[in-house]
Design a protein around this ligand. Structure first.
Ligand code: CUA
Length: 175
């Protein structure tokens, strides 16, 4: 009676393979969760109390989305301030962020002012806790600093139309 024994033998091999695969999947999931927890807290600190009333054309956090050219958002970009911090002026529109990337030194305070020109967009910086709704006519202002050099993808997470999935830019944090 060798056949049943062979069958049992091969069955237990498969059982062992699935056991190992199951353990590997659990290990990968565990490492992934731990990595996301760590990255969610370490690269930056966020402060939502940053002021925004000093921006041209912005009153009480509101701006005329039909006339951004006449406001601070007419010149999107990264601006070095007298105190060594940076100010980032960003416009979201279908289907891009302007400017397409920001290059900042690690550890430096960056005050973001972000608005939407046309429809609702989102500003999610992958690997950080920056996750902001962008409404036309409203300015989202927040202060952050990036401690870990690297490239951070900025992703629009609000569905905004056919080009939504291509609406990605980068924050490049230099050592
Ligand atoms: Cu912009 Cu989705």
């Amino acid at each position: 009676r060798t056949a049943p024994r062979l069958e049992h033998h091969s069955l237990s091999i498969y059982e062992n393979i699935w056991l190992v695969i199951g353990l590997l999947i659990q290990l990968v999931l565990f490492v992934g969760v731990m990595a996301s927890l760590v990255s969610g807290t370490s690269p930056l600190t966020q402060d939502n109390t940053a002021g925004h009333n000093h921006l041209a054309g912005v009153t009480n956090g509101r701006v005329d989305p039909a006339n951004l050219q006449a406001t601070a958002f007419g010149k999107p970009g990264l601006y070095l301030q007298d105190d060594g911090s940076y100010q980032a002026i960003v416009v979201a529109k279908a289907f891009a962020f302007d400017p397409p990337f920001l290059r900042v030194p690690a550890g430096r305070d960056v005050t973001f002012h972000v608005t939407a020109q046309d429809v609702v967009h989102g500003y999610y910086v992958h690997g950080t806790n920056i996750n902001v709704d962008l409404m036309p006519g409203q300015v989202a202002s927040f202060k952050s600093s990036f401690d870990t050099p690297g490239e951070y993808n900025v992703i629009c997470y609000e569905y905004c139309g056919i080009g939504h999935h291509n609406m990605i830019n980068k924050i490049i944090v230099e050592p």
